[in-house]
Design a protein around this ligand. Structure first.
Ligand SMILES: Cc1cc2nc3c(=O)[nH]c(=O)nc-3n(C[C@H](O)[C@H](O)[C@H](O)COP(=O)(O)OP(=O)(O)OC[C@H]3O[C@@H](n4cnc5c(N)ncnc54)[C@H](O)[C@@H]3O)c2cc1C
Length: 292
């Protein structure tokens, strides 16, 4: 029986989960299933599959979720963005998710299309994540468990942290049942975020999103897009290793282990790893952390 993530929360006070992305080639797809098989041996509580807002891999997310559930009997969460979809399309996707027994949805807005100033959605599109939460609840509130994204430093398009907290609270009030955060490297940012949410009356679990660094240049590019801060300590460690892949991966593992240990010491209710579909960094972090 495929579980809802909220049911897993009732059994466990900490969860450990992995995030994968849909590859673009058949070879990448086979590698993905090999990765899932390898990482499944670590006993994750659930895994999630991202959704390429507006991209060519959108349709692959559901197929991958179904295949993972079938092959590995794992609890899976389907990321779903509302950008670029009509409401009828979203209803169709959610209807198929229900038919295929996919019970966990990470409800997202998705990034607005690049290069369009003052972008407005088409008349039959949704503008914000909380509207997608309403739609999921309307399809079947009891069947689905709904997670949402959280941004400890504030979302890149949001004017300030107080406003960001206000909008996050709206997502929870509309039915968001847990939060997975954007990556961060300074754990004080996570603790301050928890304080802000607590003061706003948000009581759901906030799972920290962890990125094991495997490329300095890749990290800078990604953080530039999503607005996450790269602290000086990260530049100090990883800039001198730039171009040396093996040394970067090893330093990334070491950094992630101490970040994760510190988060667990601070009482984080688990860890959600952005795996980038890689096996070794995650296995090594797991081993050094002795999670199980
Ligand atoms: C863990 C995680 C997983 C992700 N997975 C994916 C993925 O699979 N695919 C993908 O394309 N993207 C993914 N993203 C990125 C995400 O889609 C983008 O960051 C997107 O820009 C914001 O999505 P959201 O659901 O937080 O949107 P929203 O909560 O709707 O926020 C979007 C913007 O609108 C503002 N806003 C929100 N509510 C209101 C309101 N009521 N009134 C006015 N303004 C408001 C917010 O401040 C923000 O600036 C992920 C992010 C995280 C943290």
């Amino acid at each position: 029986m495929i579980k809802k993530i909220t049911d897993i929360f009732k059994e466990k006070n900490k969860t450990f989960s992995f995030e994968f992305f849909p590859p673009k080639t058949p070879r990448g797809m086979e590698h993905l299933y090999h990765t899932v098989e390898e990482l499944n041996s670590l006993g994750p509580d659930f895994v999630s599959v991202t959704y390429g807002a507006g991209g060519s891999t959108r349709g692959a997310t559901m197929d991958i979720c179904m295949e993972i559930q079938k092959r590995f009997d794992l609890t899976v969460m389907h990321h779903l963005t509302c950008v670029g979809h009509s409401q009828a399309e979203l209803r169709d996707i959610l209807g198929r998710a229900k038919t295929n027994n996919i019970r966990n949805i990470l409800a997202l807005r998705g990034d607005q299309p690049k290069g369009i100033e003052n972008w407005q959605p088409a008349p039959d599109e949704l503008k914000y994540c909380y509207q997608l939460i309403d739609l999921v609840s309307e399809i079947d509130k009891d069947f689905f468990s709904i997670g949402v994204a959280g941004f400890p430093e504030g979302h890149i398009n949001c004017p300030d942290k107080a406003t960001d907290t206000k909008y996050l609270k709206i997502k929870i009030d509309h039915g968001g049942e847990f939060i997975i955060t954007q990556l961060f490297f300074d754990n004080a940012i996570y603790s301050e975020y928890l304080d802000r949410l607590k003061n706003a009356g948000v009581k759901v679990r906030v799972l920290p999103g962890i990125l094991p660094i495997t490329s300095y240049e890749g990290l800078l590019k990604f953080c530039n897009t999503c607005g996450a801060t790269v602290p000086q300590m990260i530049h100090d460690i990883f800039k001198p290793l730039s171009g040396n892949e093996q040394a970067t991966v090893e330093a990334g593992i070491e950094f992630a282990v101490s970040q994760c240990q510190n988060l667990l010491d601070r009482g984080a209710p688990g860890l959600h790893f952005f795996t980038l579909n890689k096996i070794e960094p995650i296995k090594e972090i797991w081993k050094r952390l002795r999670i199980r």
